[in-house]
Design a protein. Structure first.
Ligand code: NAD
Ligand code: UFG
Length: 335
């Protein structure tokens, strides 16, 4: 299949491209490089030993979209492009609504204009808000608690309205993506100080940051620290291909959790990383981060059954691949 990948130069996009190309699909990327890396794309090409088209452009820019659609004539879209920092979305909500919501609408308009009828969208477990029960299944009420989560839910609702008359849309609600490609050639390289736990730990391990701050140890969890469902980025990448595989003209709109079903606490993840690198990593406990929940764990049953997809990689695979990437590329892609 010819697949146009928005945000393909980013963390999850680059890993998905490797799997897509390796499976024999053709791919083309549109990315404005605001948080992505052109070098990631050249490494994707080397890893898959395949060619890959690229337009540097913004999904809010209809001319850039038209250029990508005209050059490549995609049969499907995987839509990663967007902004993802929860704290920043509280400070600057309009740029989140403009990029994530208006940008997605522009993309759907371009799809209609170029008769492209399939889209897989990066949604997030954050749409559930504070869990009322665990594990979270797709029937759990949605109630995002920040503008970033609102944008994800809004786009899901737009896709639901759009997906008729032969159009199909699948929203994948990612839990916590971690790890890197097994080769260590591509990985997560945020342009700013990492917001998320695993890339922060990786930078402590390589000596770029002194100490991990643990945001609260008084939650109702096994050891008092926050519990999350960490999904290896390679497993997550494969879920997109599984989703494309079941989409057809009658599919309409569908939503799936993408997680492992297993929870890991902050202290457990830190200990696992320490074991991988053979030394304990420094931490200090500070107060809770506002907006954090105690636990978030997926029920991946629907994806397991309907997409015939399940996570196969462990937390150990995630820490060792993350360290492989971080130690081979101490400065990330070096931009
Ligand atoms: P990322 O920042 O590494 O990748 C996003 C890519 O989109 C970047 O390469 C960036 O340059 C590009 N981009 C941003 N705005 C753009 C625009 N207006 N036009 C064109 N390109 C643009 O992030 P990621 O972790 O790979 O996340 C990918 C998607 O998955 C995002 O939509 C994110 O919200 C979603 N998601 C991520 C997580 C996570 O924890 N990483 C969890 C749930 C959902
Ligand atoms: N944490 C720390 N110290 C840090 C960073 C995080 O203790 O420096 C803790 C958090 O308090 C939380 C856990 O580590 O308990 C995980 O935090 P992350 O920031 O890595 O992930 P979140 O679960 O907060 O959020 C992530 C993405 C969101 C997405 C959500 C659900 O950042 O975009 O998963 O998919 F919406």
């Amino acid at each position: 299949m010819r697949v146009l990948v928005t945000g393909g130069a980013g963390y999850i996009g680059s890993h998905t491209l490797v799997e897509l190309l390796t499976e024999g699909h053709e791919a083309f990327v549109i990315d404005n490089l605001s948080n992505g890396h052109e070098k990631a794309l050249s490494r994707v090409k080397q890893l898959a030993n395949k060619d890959l088209g690229f337009v540097k452009g913004d999904i809010r820019d209809r001319d850039a979209l038209d250029q990508a659609f005209s050059e490549f004539n995609p049969e499907a879209i995987i839509h990663f492009a967007g902004l993802k920092a929860v704290g920043e979305s509280v400070e600057q909500p309009l740029i989140y609504y403009e990029t994530n919501v208006a940008g997605s609408v522009e993309l759907l308009k371009a799809m209609d204009a170029h008769d492209c009828k399939k889209i897989v969208f990066s949604s997030s477990a954050t749409v559930y808000g504070t869990p009322q029960y665990l594990p979270l299944d797709e029937e759990h009420p949605v109630s995002p608690v920040n503008p970033y989560g609102q944008t994800k839910l809004m786009v899901e609702n737009i896709l639901k309205d759009w997906a008729h008359d032969g159009r199909s849309a699948t929203a994948l609600r990612y839990f916590n993506p971690v790890g890197a490609h097994v080769s260590g050639r591509i990985g997560e390289d945020p342009h700013d100080i990492p917001n998320n736990l695993m890339p922060y730990i990786a930078q402590v391990a390589i000596g770029k940051r002194e100490v991990l701050q643990i945001f609260g140890d008084d939650y109702e969890t096994r050891d008092g620290t926050g519990e999350r469902d960490y999904i290896h980025v390679t497993d997550l990448a494969k879920a997109h291909i599984a989703a494309l595989g079941v989409m057809n003209e009658a599919a309409g709109f569908a939503v799936y959790n993408v997680g492992t079903g297993q929870g890991t606490t902050v202290k457990e993840l830190l200990a696992a990383y320490g074991k991988t690198i053979g030394r304990e990593l420094p931490f200090e406990t500070v107060q809770r981060r506002s907006g954090d929940v105690a636990s978030s764990v997926a029920s991946p049953q629907k994806a397991n059954e309907t997409l015939n997809w399940s996570a196969t990689l462990s937390v150990h695979d995630a820490t060792s691949s993350s360290w492989n990437w971080q130690s081979q590329n101490p400065d990330g892609y070096g931009q």
